[in-house]
Design a protein around this ligand. Structure first.
Ligand SMILES: NC(=O)c1ccc[n+]([C@@H]2O[C@H](COP(=O)([O-])OP(=O)(O)OC[C@H]3O[C@@H](n4cnc5c(N)ncnc54)[C@H](OP(=O)(O)O)[C@@H]3O)[C@@H](O)[C@H]2O)c1
Length: 253
């Protein structure tokens, strides 16, 4: 029986690059995301290398998630790896200028969505001899920065949820990792900047940011670790990125 990976957000960025890499290694793929036409095209391409099942999925909808998992085709029922990758940041305004609707969307996607998918797949994962959950957190889980408010807090949830899952799953064969990337070039910032290409270029131009393939390599490496190893968390930045000074605001006497 071959390994089977369930990827959320497989239409772009890390999820897309991971789908391609797992396909090269002969994994069965369950590819999900909202943009079904992209999934169909990807399934067509990767179907030459491995078995692919794809389905439109909005992770925010717990019923849709549960139905999709319940209706997995026979060949795809034994999921051995879950890549909880779907997520987004919206806006860079400071907290007092941020949109409440954007805050809700980030919480609904990054927190509720990730919880929905995890809950639906745990009964399957715990039946496997060895399985993996890789949760896409962020350096924003660990470090504050201006404009990160709800995005960073939602990713801090992902990091802590990952550790707490480990406590309950220890001994079950299910490993859990919180993967915490820094600046990575994908549609992520285009989404965050509301489609503003100029801002996107300003951020990524000459930045030597991580590429989706770099993250896919790490995800694959995590999943392929021997059964007795659990990488609890892994924070990764491009070598061009580091922390900066603490901010001290001077006040007039
Ligand atoms: N890029 C970075 O710098 C960076 C750094 C640290 C962590 N991360 C995290 O890594 C993950 C992947 O990011 P990325 O850089 O690959 O971004 P991306 O290229 O924008 O990909 C995000 C993926 O999430 C999916 N998605 C968004 N909302 C969804 C929803 N409601 N239901 C289902 N799928 C949804 C999108 O698919 P559809 O739109 O087709 O649904 C897309 O496939 C995210 O969780 C992000 O927070 C990114």
């Amino acid at each position: 029986m071959s390994n089977c990976v369930f990827i959320t957000g497989a239409t772009s960025g890390f999820g897309l690059a991971s789908a391609k890499l797992f396909a090269q290694h002969g994994y069965k793929l369950i590819l999900t995301g909202r943009r079904i036409e992209r999934l169909a095209q990807l399934a067509d391409e990767l179907g030459q290398q491995c078995q692919v099942h794809y389905a439109s999925l909005d992770v925010r909808d717990s019923q849709q998630v549960a139905q999709l998992v319940a209706a997995l085709p026979e060949d795809f029922k034994q999921v051995t790896a879950l890549i909880n990758n779907a997520g987004l940041a919206l806006g860079t305004d400071p907290c007092d200028k941020a949109s409440l609707a954007d805050w809700h969307t980030m919480i609904d996607t990054n927190v509720t969505g990730l919880v929905n998918v995890t809950h639906a797949l745990l009964p399957i994962l715990t039946q496997q001899t060895v399985a993996s959950v890789v949760n896409l957190a962020s350096i924003a889980s660990n470090w504050p920065y201006p404009g990160s408010h709800v995005y960073g807090a939602s990713k801090a949830f992902v990091a802590q949820f990952s550790r707490n899952l480990r406590c309950d799953l220890v001994g079950s064969g299910v490993r859990v990792t919180s993967l915490e990337p820094g600046l990575s070039e994908s549609e992520f910032s285009l989404v965050r900047f509301g489609g503003d290409q100029e801002k996107y270029q300003q951020l990524y131009g000459n930045s030597n940011a991580l590429q989706p393939e770099d993250i896919a390599n790490i995800i694959y490496w995590l999943v392929e670790q021997p059964a007795h190893i659990n990488i609890n968390s892994l924070e990764v930045m491009p070598s061009s990125q580091a922390w900066n000074n603490f901010n001290v605001v001077k006040q007039a006497n």
